[in-house]
Design a protein around this ligand. Structure first.
Ligand SMILES: Cc1cc2nc3c(=O)[nH]c(=O)nc-3n(C[C@H](O)[C@H](O)[C@H](O)COP(=O)(O)OP(=O)(O)OC[C@H]3O[C@@H](n4cnc5c(N)ncnc54)[C@H](O)[C@@H]3O)c2cc1C
Length: 394
């Protein structure tokens, strides 16, 4: 287990065993493996298959459908551990938060049809198609439409920054079943669909080049026909489901930031102890030591808020109560990992930019979290306006 933080937690025996099996995998899929994928811009197919084989890829699937039925806290510990060991959970994290939408809101038929196969590693649910070119942070402005015709829906629209389309069997598609202009409340009229991706007709995807190894696509959807039973829950009520799903996503991504921050702090400590300049280890200079200590203090705080958020979510608290902590956690953790990345860059000097040391790779990877899945400005706006009751800006 990654050393930083690991001795400071009250983990159960089951959680320790679970993390030991992640560590076992990460010993094989080490920094060199992730570095090679980064250079080749390739999906970690072998690693994801190994996760599936060990039953780690579908831990939120409820027990009655063949999964271990673990909560967001346990799932978040897995993602954190992967990142703390030098890996990158992004190619794989989607299933953890998307599963919550199916097990909480889908019909019994849909759950029975898909969850056992996902639990067995036969199907992957890794993609969420929400963002559009003109609807990023303002997600109620999506224009992709799903019009009911007979027993089916016909979908038209344009999505951008949609992850893992070619590495997933299923996608959760977010579309308007009633246009924005025709609803009383902007959160109404949005629906969620579970869409199989194999041999899909009526949708084209183009991979986007990003600043780190990311399987991110633009989708052009035209006359995509999906059967009526693809609808998740009730038509037009999808925004409520989305809030729950996005809370889970924020908590899980906080954990990835915490894992990254642990990795950066650990690397910084190691290097600051052994790198000698002016006849002494650089870590004995307070200009090097204090930034590491400061970000470590922030890491401890972010970890606690993540745990509270996850416990609220797993305990079934209302979306608003979870939202306060999920957003605070996402903010603290992503700022912390970014600070830790910059500290590591400074501690390593020129060596931080050498590809062989992986600092520059993790630096690029962790920068994402200040922007996605929600930008930190919008997180602060949620806390300011929704939680603290300050006057609204939009
Ligand atoms: C690698 C990657 C993977 C992604 N994967 C997915 C995916 O799988 N599925 C998916 O649906 N989406 C995905 N996204 C999209 C991601 O969720 C969005 O990028 C994010 O929500 C921000 O939206 P935007 O990029 O359109 O920024 P915009 O909404 O255009 O905002 C631009 C900037 O303006 C700021 N801003 C906007 N309004 C305000 C305001 N009122 N006050 C203060 N500041 C404001 C924002 O904070 C931001 O800094 C991904 C993005 C990336 C980069």
């Amino acid at each position: 287990m990654g050393r930083i933080l690991s001795g400071r937690r009250n983990l159960s025996d089951e959680q320790r065993m679970m993390l030991d099996s992640v560590d076992g995998l990460m010993a094989k899929y080490d920094e060199a493996y992730w570095g090679k994928l980064d250079r080749e811009s390739a999906y970690p197919d072998e690693f994801v298959r190994a996760m599936e084989k060990q039953g780690l890829a579908a831990v939120p699937v409820p027990k009655e459908y063949g999964g271990p039925g673990l909560g967001v806290l346990d799932a978040s510990l897995i993602l954190e551990e992967i990142n703390a060991m030098g890996g990158n959970s992004q190619p794989f994290h989607g299933q953890y938060y998307l599963l919550s939408a199916i097990s909480k809101f889908a019909s019994a038929e849909m759950r029975e049809r898909y969850l056992p196969k996902i639990a067995a590693g036969e199907l992957r649910l890794q993609s969420l198609a929400l963002t559009e070119p003109e609807a990023g942070s303002e997600s109620t402005r999506i224009k992709t439409s799903a019009e009911k015709k007979g027993g089916a829906y016909v979908v038209k629209g344009h999505k951008v920054f949609i992850s893992r389309i070619e590495n997933s069997d299923l996608m959760v598609l977010v579309a308007r079943t009633t246009p924005y202009e025709k609803v009383e409340k902007k959160t109404e009229g949005i629906s969620l669909f579970l869409v199989p991706l194999e041999n899909i007709q009526g949708m084209e995807s183009h991979r986007l080049e990003m600043m780190f190894n990311s399987q991110t696509y633009e989708l052009f959807i035209d006359e995509l026909k999906i059967p009526g039973e693809s609808l998740i829950g009730e038509e037009g009520k999808g925004f409520r489901y989305l809030l729950s799903l996005l809370n889970a996503e924020r908590i899980l991504l906080s954990a990835e930031c915490i894992g990254d921050a642990r990795w950066f702090v650990e690397k910084s400590v190691e290097y600051a102890k052994q790198r000698v300049v002016f006849g002494r280890p650089i870590g004995s200079n307070q200009g090097i030591q204090f930034p590491i200590a400061e970000v470590y203090a922030k890491l401890l705080a972010a970890d606690k808020v993540r745990t509270t958020a996850a416990e609220l979510y797993d305990g079934g608290a209302e979306a608003d109560a979870v939202g306060e902590y999920a957003n605070a956690s996402k903010y603290l953790a992503s700022e912390c990992s970014w600070q830790a990345a910059n500290v590591a860059m400074d501690v390593y000097g020129g060596s931080g930019m050498a590809v062989a040391n992986h600092i520059e790779r993790k630096f690029r990877e962790t920068r994402l979290f200040r922007v996605a899945p929600i930008s930190n400005n919008l997180v602060l706006s949620y806390l300011g306006e929704r939680v603290l009751g300050l006057p609204r800006s939009f």
